[in-house]
Design a protein around this ligand. Structure first.
Ligand code: NAD
Length: 416
């Protein structure tokens, strides 16, 4: 397989622990550890200065056994095939844990959107869409936003696809503007899923969100909304950090005011409603719940000793290294893994796809109630598995996911 890098090796390590417990047949093991399809495209774009630049784009459909591939598109200078493939694999397991009729996919384009004009980004998006057009569609592969892509990028993507097929297709992407087929509640969905998992995990551990002390790394879509919804349940958000710095307040930060500050200043640093907190010091806070909601590989063998929280809910993808997870297990820390903790986003993307295909849209209350039901179902399935096999929640989530994909793989049989 191409692009078998360190991130993919980490995913394989997680996979293997669960696959061994399941006694997975070697043939199915092989099938589930190879991406079904990796597409590499070159996207020429005429830049504002008249020059042509060629951008490399990827779309990986890791596994489509349960349904169309599902996963975001990332615009970033550091995008690699290894990263996109690993993220597509994680999407496969995440969709399976959440019991969605989707496989896993992911896309990425090597570019620096901070240095591109809106027109250049639109041209790149349309060309990238056109280059992968044969592989995508509501029944084939349904992209969504990821790092540095947003509702506007999805609108361009949907329009380009619609122009090619000759009719308006809303269900080809999710995370669209609500005016053109997006779902109410999508923006808040990942943070809401984090809150639901934190609430359910705390209940299992014998405490509640009310009065809990919560530390959050990352204050973007996931971190800020997760923090707000946990504060709404009576938790105290005692510290938050982002790329630039942090802020702490032992009595609990005023999250709506902090959100207003960040909207203006692009960072939590300097917020007057608390004391400054070093960007790396969020893990040292005397919190009982920690929510990493920034980037991958943040909780490491080096800093894991600083963590005091007894519950970690992963909002980000891959924030805990396998070495750190081992130490957390030894210390009895309960970790809700990413493929469960942040599954609220893709679950509501699924609701968006369903609504688009029906041409019938739900109220925000309906969306949130259905999300609540799906997340609780997923959480309980993983918890029961963890208790049954006496394993941590990450291994349990992989057991649930691999079992579902393997079962359908066997039912479908071998096409040869
Ligand atoms: P975002 O861009 O809205 O926010 C990211 C936050 O992380 C920002 O506050 C940023 O300042 C902070 N950050 C960046 N570098 C940091 C660093 N070195 N140290 C501390 N903080 C840092 O992104 P998001 O949508 O909130 O996504 C956050 C994570 O959640 C990512 O791992 C993403 O893949 C994952 N995720 C997001 C969704 C979703 O629906 N948005 C769904 C599933 C998973």
């Amino acid at each position: 397989m191409a692009a078998h890098g360190t991130l993919f090796s980490g995913m394989l390590q997680e996979f293997e622990g669960a696959a061994r417990i399941l006694n997975l047949e070697p043939g199915i093991w092989q099938m589930l550890t190879h991406p079904k399809r990796q597409i590499i495209v070159s996207c020429p774009v005429q830049m504002d200065n008249g020059n042509i630049e060629v951008f490399t784009g990827y779309r990986v459909q890791y596994n489509i056994t349960l349904g169309p591939a599902k996963g975001g598109i990332r615009y970033h200078p550091d995008v690699t095939l290894d990263e996109v493939t690993t993220l597509a694999a994680w999407m496969t397991w995440k969709c399976a844990v959440a019991q969605l009729p989707f496989g896993g996919g992911k896309g990425g384009v090597i570019c620096d959107p901070t240095k591109m004009s809106k027109r250049e980004l639109e041209a790149l998006t349309r060309r990238y869409t056109a280059e992968i057009i044969d592989a995508i569609g509501p029944d084939k592969d349904v992209p969504a936003p990821d790092v540095n892509t947003n509702e506007q990028v999805m609108a361009w993507f949907s329009d380009t696809y619609s122009m090619h097929v000759g009719h308006t297709s809303t269900a080809v992407v999710t995370g669209k503007p609500v005016e053109m087929g997006g779902s109410l509640g999508r923006r808040e969905a990942t943070g809401r899923g984090v809150m639901i998992c934190a609430r359910e995990a705390a209940k299992h551990l014998g405490f509640g969100l009310k009065g809990s002390r919560v530390a959050v790394q990352g204050f973007g879509n996931v971190g800020s909304i997760g923090a707000q919804l946990m504060a709404d349940q009576g938790a105290k958000i005692i510290g938050v950090t982002d790329w630039k710095g942090g802020v702490q307040n032992d009595k609990g930060l005023d999250i709506p005011k902090l959100q207003e500050w960040v909207a203006k200043n692009k960072t939590v640093a300097g917020f007057a409603g608390g004391e400054p907190l070093g960007a790396k010091d969020v893990f040292k806070l005397d919190a009982n719940i920690l929510v990493p909601a920034a980037l991958e590989k943040q909780i490491t063998a080096e800093n894991v000793k600083d963590i005091k929280a007894k519950l970690i809910v992963e909002g980000a993808n891959g924030p805990t290294t396998p070495e750190a997870q081992k130490v957390l297990n030894e210390r009895g820390v309960f970790v809700v893994p990413d493929i469960l903790g942040n599954a609220g986003g893709v679950t509501t993307s699924y609701f968006e796809w369903v609504q688009d295909r029906h041409g019938y849209f739900w109220t925000e209350k309906e969306v949130n109630e259905r999300l609540e039901a799906k997340m609780c179902l997923a959480f309980n399935a993983v918890l029961e598995t963890a208790l049954k096999y006496n394993v941590d929640m990450r291994v349990a989530a992989y057991i649930v996911a691999i079992n579902r994909v393997a079962t359908v793989t066997k039912l479908r049989g071998m096409y040869a």
